[in-house]
Design a protein around this ligand. Structure first.
Ligand SMILES: [Zn+2]
Length: 222
């Protein structure tokens, strides 16, 4: 049996952004109608796990009610440095996510790549941000999502040393459900249900899967 059968779908913003976006970020904002259609398409698919990066206000305002209507749960990777900022989740909304059965993970503080940070910045992003979130939700935060999907072997070793239980990438391949490193497929503005079904939800052909695994290997060992 193929163990690589977990499909992690990652969303960023839904609907219309209420803050200035970073360069290229608009490609990761999905229309609300498309978001709802994708949820409907995967709601009964036990292989699919859903997460949200960046802590946009749309997590609470659009995603949460849509998930609850369908009986779904998700993990929200929040940026501590954007809490209560316009267009981002408020602290109160993070607690609402927690109280409705959603999991809270960390995406760091300032949305900068974690790869190659100096020790002070590493501490701020990997330890202080996590601690601030854990204090807010009054429970341990042991899942992380890598900002901009960037990583290397040194970063993964640091994350392991800090005791992270699961680390989520953006490597666009299927995952083993119990693995420490969880590749995810980021949903983009051009995606549709049909496209996701064709490119993501159908079992990957062998060459595609091998190429995806090589990407992960290169990142882990560089
Ligand atoms: Zn991000």
């Amino acid at each position: 049996m193929d163990e690589r059968r977990t499909i992690n779908l990652c969303f960023h913003g839904i609907g219309t952004p209420a803050r200035d976006l970073e360069i290229g970020e608009a490609h990761y904002w999905v229309r609300t109608t498309v978001f709802h259609a994708i949820l409907d398409a995967v709601a009964d698919d036990p292989r699919v796990r859903i997460s949200f990066d960046d802590g946009n206000a749309s997590d609470a305002e659009i995603a949460l009610p849509a998930l609850r209507e369908r009986g779904l749960t998700a993990t929200f990777f929040v940026l501590s440095g954007r809490l209560d900022e316009p267009g981002s989740l408020s602290r109160e909304q993070v607690l609402e996510l927690r109280d409705t059965g959603m999991a809270i993970g960390t995406h760091g503080h300032a949305h900068r790549p974690w790869r190659g940070l100096d020790p002070a910045a590493t501490h701020a992003e990997l330890e202080d941000a996590r601690e601030e979130l854990a204090e807010l939700v009054e429970q341990p935060v042991d899942e992380a999502a890598l900002p901009l999907g960037r990583y290397d072997r040194a970063l993964l070793a640091t994350l392991r040393r800090l005791g992270y239980g699961t680390v989520h990438t953006s490597d666009r391949r299927w995952a083993r459900g119990d693995a420490w490193l969880q590749p995810r497929f980021s949903v983009r503005d051009h995606d549709t249900v049909a496209r996701l079904q064709r490119e993501v939800l159908r079992p990957p052909t062998l060459p595609t899967r091998t190429r995806g695994e090589l990407v992960g290997l290169v990142k882990r060992f560089r």
